[in-house]
Design a protein around this ligand. Structure first.
Ligand code: PRX
Length: 634
């Protein structure tokens, strides 16, 4: 990536300028120089934001796995591609070379083909962070099947919704997963999910926790024996740059989850170029992103971005607190990690434990620290900088989304200076703008506005699976000819962006996007619930936590039981990550005269901020507010 490797601020400025003045020339040069294409595109870019149409490199032919695997075999076949670090530190870690990864991906590809999976079919992957997860993802890409990874912390109901939405006929799972000192019965969850997803005719099961597996005849098959007998070569399917590579679901503020569709060519180009530059990845570095591959961060920056760069990427199965809060630093020391990428919620949880878990561990290999998923507060930023980076590792606060495929705003180590709590400057080719409430672009600095992007970058999602209209409505109809991110941001006089948080009804809890309406829908299913409203409130570790205001049909039998039942329902229907921290029963919810719940007021109450409730006299039932304040949960 020579000429376009960013290594000084002047170079960033000039490359950025080139990328804006001539985006097509710029990205076609990046694409041509750094990847192997079977044939070239006709047009570099076709786009029309008003119809949510974006096409990069259309007509070009490629297979992303040839770029992530095959082309490295000639000179780097023995290089470690993936270091698998298991949940239990007493179990050996596994180093998978590029040659071995290639062969295992081919074997998995052959198994999938054998099971009838063809180009364009959707494959649901519900696996813990074990090598088979990475291998299955890549195998889908190799044969042109569209992978839909569902985070293995989601419930049966969330899983069946996702399977049905994309009509996946096959599910790859494991008997169970390890999470710290717990095991989770994933196969049982799949069995439950499939009661509501009759479309599935095949389930491939990896044995991970050695539990007794209940195989349903005609449907379930153990995967490992099939893999062992499969050929170690599989020809890569020829894909168009615009063919879908994967679907990944993300919560919306309303309705069912949105299956964001990413395409092969642009996604590969952008995740690879961002990975190399934002983490300043150098040959033979060891890179570790602690995310789960069930999220976009894992797709782009554990798998595709690093592997396209022939990097060594760590895949960790466990949690930061097991066997103790020093686990991350044990792993950094053990594998001599150079780039470490995690989420603010993890940093805060570790900071709370003090520094004794770091003491005595050699983490001097670290060169770059990254953060992603939610705004990082100043205290956590400084703790990370001082105790982990020892004041010497630049921190990249990377702002992006499932929809964007790759990082859009970030500092670059040693090149764009970090500023605590700021994501700082746009990455090459990215044109962010702030919009005011009257749909005007804000030209001044030192202001807050709604964050939009006014020009397409190669890895923008192409649609919502099966619902292009929803894609247009959600992202492209708020502002004319703009992609609207759903986030608010502040811009300083140097052009640095600080993300202030969601401006819609999405709440980010421990870095996970949660729409309020889908949770309220679940709560309202409880037979004694009349109505509910969820808001976020600031939480020391999670960033935000959920506060539910609930009115009951029969309030004479209010009890802790109902609270537990509500959280159980949420856990069953969505997953434990969406459970409420606080539940307040109330006689009524504050409403406007047209009957809309005034969440703005509830948000203030949940945050213990009773002074700035604004004018409540126009409410239908101002008296409800006083009652809620009196009984609110501190
Ligand atoms: O609100 C922003 C927040 O996470 C949202 C995207 O969530 P998701 O699609 O799950 O992807 C997360 C990982 C890329 C954004 O709309 N967000 C993400 N990164 C940051 C952030 N907020 C502030 N600073 C960040 N660095």
């Amino acid at each position: 990536m020579d000429k376009y490797n960013i290594s000084t601020k002047d170079q960033y400025d000039s490359i950025y300028k080139d990328s804006i003045n001539d985006p097509e020339g710029f990205w076609s040069e990046i694409a041509l120089r750094n990847f192997s294409w079977k044939s070239k595109w006709k047009n570099v870019l076709e786009w029309d934001f008003n119809h949510a149409k974006v096409e990069w490199f259309k007509g070009a032919k490629l297979n992303i796995t040839e770029n992530c695997l095959d082309r490295h075999l000639e000179s780097n076949s023995d290089k470690t591609a993936i270091i698998f670090e298991p949940n239990n530190p007493n179990e050996s870690s596994e180093k998978i070379t590029y040659r071995s990864l290639f062969e295992r991906v081919c074997q998995m590809s052959n198994v999938l083909k054998d099971k009838g999976v063809k180009k364009g079919d959707r494959v649901c992957i519900y696996l813990p962070m074990i090598p088979e997860l990475a291998i299955t993802v890549l195998a889908c890409a190799r044969i042109g099947a569209i992978h839909s990874v569902v985070f293995a912390g989601f419930s049966a109901s969330a899983l069946s919704t996702r399977i049905n939405d994309c009509e996946s006929k096959i599910v790859i799972t494991s008997d169970g997963s390890y999470r710290g000192n717990k095991t989770i019965d994933l196969k049982g969850i799949v069995d439950d999910a499939l009661l509501d997803a009759e479309i599935v005719d095949t389930v491939l099961v990896v044995n991970r926790i050695n539990s007794k597996i209940n195989l349903i005849e005609g449907r379930d098959v153990l995967l490992r024996p099939l893999l062992e007998n499969a050929e170690k070569f599989c020809k890569a399917e020829v894909m168009d740059a615009e063919d879908p590579l994967f679907i990944l679901y993300t919560s919306g503020s309303t309705g069912k989850p949105k299956g964001m569709v990413h395409s092969c060519g642009g996604y590969m180009v952008y995740t690879s170029y961002t990975f190399k530059n934002i983490f300043q990845y150098k040959k033979n570095n060891i890179y570790w992103c602690t995310a789960d591959i069930g999220w976009i961060t894992g797709h782009s920056y554990i798998l595709y971005g690093p592997l396209a760069n022939c990097a060594t990427t760590v895949m960790f199965e466990g949690v930061p607190s097991y066997p103790d809060f020093g686990r991350f630093w044990d792993i950094v020391e053990k594998h001599k990690v150079n780039q470490f990428y995690t989420a603010p919620t993890a940093i805060r949880a570790l900071a709370k434990q003090g520094t004794s878990y770091i003491a005595g561990k050699d983490i001097s290999s670290l060169k770059v620290l990254g953060t992603v998923g939610e705004p990082i507060n100043e205290e956590a930023w400084h703790w990370y900088d001082k105790n982990i980076g020892k004041g010497k590792c630049p921190i990249v606060d990377t702002w992006w989304q499932t929809e964007t495929g790759g990082v859009l705003i970030s500092s670059i180590p040693g090149i764009i200076e970090a500023k605590p709590t700021f994501a700082t400057l746009p990455f090459i080719g990215v044109q962010p703008v702030l919009m005011d409430n009257n749909s005007n672009e804000i030209s001044e600095s030192d202001v807050v506005g709604r964050l939009c992007i006014k020009f397409p970058w190669p890895s923008i999602a192409r649609t919502i699976w099966g619902d292009h209209k929803r894609y247009v409505d959600t992202y492209f109809s708020t502002f004319d000819n703009m992609y609207f991110t759903g986030d608010g941001a502040y811009k300083d006089s140097h052009g640095n962006f600080r993300i202030t948080g969601r401006v819609d009804d999405v709440i980010i809890v421990s870095g996970h996007n949660l729409g309020t309406a889908p949770i309220e829908d679940v709560i309202n299913e409880h037979n004694n619930v009349a109505e509910s409203a969820i808001v976020g409130f600031p939480h020391e570790i999670k960033g935000n936590a959920l506060y539910g205001f609930v009115t009951l049909k029969n309030s004479s039998n209010i009890s802790e039981n109902i609270k537990n039942e509500i959280n159980k329902l949420i856990s069953d229907k969505i997953g434990p990550i969406a459970k409420l921290d606080k539940i307040q029963f109330t006689e009524a919810l504050p409403k406007t005269r047209s009957g809309k719940i005034m969440r703005r007021i509830l948000r203030k109450i949940a945050a213990n901020d009773f002074k700035n409730l604004g004018d409540i006299s126009t409410l239908l039932n101002p008296e409800a507010v006083q009652a809620i304040i009196e009984n609110h949960i501190k």
